[in-house]
Ligand binder design. Structure first.
Ligand code: DCP
Length: 690
């Protein structure tokens, strides 16, 4: 659903940069002898020469199109060079292109806010840079103007071909121009320079659109390719938009565009101008109505998001015709490859960018044997993402099973291993809802990652734990994962996974709560959040300690104990600090195990001899804090000292760092049990504010 956003200012300078025949350029850099020759990149599937996915401009001049297969391309352009896309795990390996895209982004982001929109597209907000140039070195003050700037296409300039350059020069240097157009002229300088820099550093050419919003910049970037740039002055917006087919506009390619055509007879953006905002709102609702009214006039308030890294990671493959997958075993084989790739990319992202993905989604296209049922779409399914190939595969399989069950609904005969009656023609996995983790969290995560390795994997997902991709909210939080977590926290059989993925699920809750906060200044906010732990909780704020339910907590050494956690998650999510939640939930929400019965009794006994401050030494080298809420229910937490990563200490608030360091020193530990436990336990305890 499009969102109508008013423009914060009409004096913005936004650029959309799009690489030219990108995969071809990447291959040509690898094999420079291909430069200047008709070239195309083809899919790994060699049937009929392979499907073309990128076509060089030389090949395009012969009539070669992306919709062709290699054989057909050869027939229209016999000298075309076909380069096969790299293959790994039996499918296309796009990492070379992704990395090339990152090289470009790194250069483009030097001049302003940069949003990586796809593998080869970037939006830039150059308003500040343009304003600076206008105040310090306005175009009319320049004696020499680079040719790349003069070669810009300025929409609305009409001149004989031989005079176009002069006309562009004059438009760029007009001293009496509208300030907004002067800023766009400065944008043309900045973008030309960036594009030249990209060419110099990467050998890739790109094209760009320069306008005062994202929508117009994107429309303009494709107008003059390759290696050119197009500017949209204010007076030209109407003439740019009016003739455009409505279905070509972003977000109007689907049902909404169809309805505009069929119900209102709107075929071009210009046709939309005859409808009042009220009429459009009446027909499509307030938000969509306003959005439509706006786009017809070139109004688009979307901000350039600051994002140089991909928004999600995806991997998949099509299985056309007879290649379709017909058994669960075949599905598992492919999901295993996808999981491996996804896990690797997620690890790299975590390691390099300190980002964590929260949602795993499985998409598939399917057909059924019976014609009457074939209209039904295979539903996309999502669940909280757990790191590690095994976990991703396990979850992906469960998502697939859930999707298949729903897809087949009543037709039970087609379901099961070795089944028939269905065929999967497209299968993919994606990891999304990626959020930054504050640097301070990393070693804490590592610590818990190690800790969780001692736990065993148990429970399978069931349908209720899997939520529809559609339930993901647009606000940046993941509604479905909350319900997943709630379920796990409410049920005694909550599992702890051997590879630390329990940590990830819990971390996810932590991150969901904090994700909006992290968007700004992660580290600052995280510190602030930690600091807030030491400030008293206001009376009416939800408090962990007021849960009033029994919870016997797991010793990090391996004993699993838990009691009823009902209602706890909700309270935690409502108002408590994330680090507190994290430490507490990590230790609290474990599945009871047979072998942990003794531990539980032991803990209970030890708890009875707890000190006045609620801490007791633990046999496992940890400290345990015992708390009694107003209702005398017990909450007991144990933290294992020996396994705490000393790096964690640096990331704690200053006021407690010293004490924790002392607490970690062996000689102190021997004779300072009470003291070393007091503050840190109090700090991380559920009811420290009592
Ligand atoms: N791509 C793909 N499959 C598609 C479309 C594109 O694999 N159906 C890949 C190959 C392209 C890259 O994505 O090189 C970027 O896609 P674009 O649509 O931007 O097309 P190109 O960059 O190839 O060409 P252009 O210069 O027209 O933008």
């Amino acid at each position: 659903m499009p969102v109508a956003r008013p423009e914060s200012s009409d004096s913005r300078v936004i650029a959309h940069v799009d690489m030219d025949c990108f995969y071809v350029q990447v291959e040509q850099r690898k094999q420079p002898e291909l430069r200047g020759h008709p070239t195309a990149v083809v899919q790994y599937n060699a049937w009929k020469g392979g499907g073309l996915i990128a076509v060089s401009y030389e090949a395009r001049s012969f009539g070669v199109k992306r919709s062709m297969r290699g054989d057909e391309a050869k027939s229209v352009c016999p000298e075309i060079q076909l380069v096969r896309v790299p293959v790994a795990r039996g499918k296309a390996d796009l990492s070379i292109y992704r990395n090339a895209g990152s090289e470009v982004v790194a250069i483009l982001s030097r001049k302003g806010r940069c949003e990586r929109a796809s593998i080869d597209e970037v939006y830039l907000d150059l308003t500040d840079a343009a304003e600076k140039m206008l105040s310090e070195t306005p175009p009319e003050s320049l004696e020499v103007i680079d040719d790349e700037v003069i070669k810009s296409h300025v929409l609305g300039i009409s001149a004989e071909p031989s005079d176009v350059r002069q006309a562009v020069r004059e438009w760029i240097c007009r001293s009496n121009a509208d300030r907004r157009d002067k800023l766009l002229a400065c944008g043309a300088f900045i973008v030309a320079e960036l594009r030249m820099q990209v060419l110099k550093e990467t050998q890739f050419s790109c094209s760009a659109g320069i306008a005062h919003n994202k929508m117009l910049a994107k429309l303009a970037s494709g107008m003059n390719k390759p290696a050119q740039q197009t500017v949209v002055p204010f007076v030209s917006i109407k003439s740019l938009l009016e003739p455009l087919p409505i279905r070509k506009m972003k977000q109007l390619g689907g049902k909404l565009g169809c309805s505009l055509q069929d119900d209102l007879g709107v075929n071009t953006v210009g046709d939309l101008l005859q409808f009042s905002e009220g009429r459009l709102q009446e027909r499509y609702g307030i938000n969509t109505g306003t959005w439509l009214w706006n786009i017809a006039r070139g109004i688009n308030g979307d901000e350039v998001e600051s994002r140089v890294l991909p928004k999600s990671h995806g991997t998949g493959k099509t299985f056309p015709g007879l290649n379709c997958l017909k058994t669960i075993a075949a599905i598992e084989r492919w999901l295993s490859k996808f999981s491996e790739e996804l896990a690797e990319r997620l690890e790299v992202d975590l390691e390099q960018n300190k980002r964590i993905a929260q949602t795993l989604t499985l998409h598939a296209s399917a057909h059924k044997a019976t014609e009457s049922q074939s209209q039904k779409k295979f539903p996309s399914k999502s669940c909280p993402l757990r790191y590690g190939t095994t976990k991703i595969l396990e979850d992906a399989l469960n998502l697939f099973q859930a999707g298949l069950r729903e897809y087949l609904s009543s037709s039970s005969k087609a379901y099961g291993n070795g089944c028939s009656g269905w065929g999967i023609t497209n299968l993919s996995l994606s990891a999304s809802k990626i959020v930054d983790i504050p640097s301070g969290t990393c070693s804490i995560m590592k610590y818990f990652h190690t800790q969780d390795q001692s736990c065993s994997s148990t429970k399978e997902f069931n349908d209720k734990e899997i939520f529809e991709a559609a339930t993901l909210s647009t606000s940046g939080t993941c509604a479905g994962s909350e319900s997943y977590l709630m379920k796990h926290l409410q049920e005694p059989q909550t599992e702890c996974h051997e590879d630390g993925t329990k940590m990830n699920t819990l971390m996810q809750t932590h991150l969901e709560d904090e994700s909006r906060m992290f968007e700004d200044k992660a580290q600052t906010n995280f510190s602030r959040e930690i600091s807030s732990l030491s400030t008293p909780v206001k009376k009416n704020e939800p408090q962990l300690d007021s849960v009033g339910e029994d919870a016997v907590i797991k010793d990090a050494a391996g004993g699993n104990r838990s009691r009823d956690q009902k209602g706890k998650a909700l309270k935690e999510k409502q108002g408590t600090s994330s680090i507190l939640q994290f430490f507490q939930t990590k230790n609290c929400f474990q599945e009871p195990k047979e072998e942990s019965v003794n531990d539980m009794q032991e803990t209970t006994e030890s708890s009875c001899s707890g000190k006045a401050d609620g801490t007791v030494p633990s046999e496992s080298g940890g400290i345990r804090s015992l708390h009694r809420g107003a209702d005398q229910s017990r909450v007991d937490c144990i933290y294992k000292i020996d396994e705490i990563d000393p790096n964690v200490v640096d990331e704690l608030p200053r006021e407690i760092q010293e004490e924790v360091r002392a607490w970690l020193r062996p000689q102190k530990r021997a004779n300072n049990t009470m003291r070393r436990g007091s503050s840190i336990t109090h700090y991380f305890s559920p009811n420290k504010n009592l």
